[in-house]
Design a protein around this ligand. Sequence first.
Ligand code: PXG
Ligand code: PLP
Length: 448
Amino acid sequence: MNAVNQLHPDASEEALRAWWMPFTHNRMFKAKPRLIASAKGAYFTLKDGRRLYDCLSGLWCSPLGHSHPRIVEAVKRQLDTLDFAPSFQMGHEPAFELASRITQLAGRPNDRVFFVNSGSESVDTALKIAVAYHRARGEASRTRIIGRERGYHGVGMGGISVGGIAPNRKMFAPLMIPGVDHLPHTYTPAEMAYSVGQPTWGAHLADELERIVALHDASTIAAVIVEPMQGSTGVIVPPKGYLQRLREICTKHGILLIFDEVITGFGRLGMPFGADFFGVQPDLTTFAKAVNNATVPLGGVIARDDIYETFMTGPAHMIEFFHGYTYSAHPLAVAAGLATLDVMADEKLIDKAAALAPVLERALHSLRGEPSVIDIRNIGLAGAIELAPVAGKPGMKAIQVFEKAMDEGLLVRFSGDILAVAPPFISSVAEVESMVEGLRRALRAVPV
Ligand code: PXG
Ligand code: PLP
């Protein structure tokens, strides 16, 4: 007990024992913890005083930087006015306003927003809407959902079922929802390694959907869910024309297209949504994270107006959709959302992300040829570096680079042997460039 560690002498293993941490190697972490004490703007301060540049905007969720004064002020004001409001059979005005602002930002002013508290909940909600929609239309046989290999759709039962990451699924195999199939992922390094932005090869991979439809018959398929850009599995960028093709096939067969925009929503690609960036409109959009700069948990689903209207049929005193969370449209989360959208508009931060994107692109691709690097990918203000694994120890190389990057004052994200970056929109050109130079030194410091 009380194995004292060098980084944080007062953080004994005993003090850290109760919290079972998410997506963390708990034993390694607790033996050598990395404790965050505070954050301001684009920087975290650790308990030992070190300052780290926030290379992934938190977990892709804090593009405006931490503790933005206008968001802090809005949440404090809300806390003094209305700390909680039930959303079942009651409502508070700011939630209606935020829903409307989100549909306007998405360029879908007639559409509707269902609020939830996380990306995982947004995905499970979207799947329920899709299946219930077809049922309400009299096509109750449309129950299958098609996901994609390497897709990440959170950790709910629906999300892991449509998701395509093996370790997130295999422990829970008996809990998976039935009738799910998966498109192949698009990552084909032989054809697209070191693509700058969208790969030009691979649009035809969308035709796999036709094969899946032929196998199961369209009359059994409710929806296809994909991330416009696969974030979690290492910034897998859709080939040019791929999403357009998916859209065409879905439309042809009456299948709903769900874009999971939990990462790409609210400016990450330099446009409000991935749908805008790629020029393809889905029927349902899930969002979370940057909607309120992650100040208070918030997510949601944007549904096409006619999907909402399909539910509005039975007697008016009946609940139309048997779904919702205690914290749906939590007042603090909503207040943070309104302030976030105000700041994004007033400070033109989505344009700022668009302006920084070529800076990141140029800098990242300059790492080609550095030790261990086997691919570099980028889109908008996001990028990934794929590393050659240590033989027999998958994931180890990225851990080593991650630790060296910390010595360079950088908090990067690693997953498997992939490093991901998605800097805050408030970053300067110099910060983005020096982040990449720090990564270069970290790569050089790790044995190949
Ligand atoms: N869909 C997508 C596309 C996501 O990226 C979720 C759903 C789930 O959201 P919640 O809020 O339930 O976590 C996500 C979340 C990473 C990383 O490092 C990515 C996510 C979460 C944490 C870390 O890539 N994505
Ligand atoms: N479990 C129990 C026993 C509950 O009463 C509730 C909500 O009332 C839930 C789970 C669901 O919680 P939430 O609405 O926060 O998702």
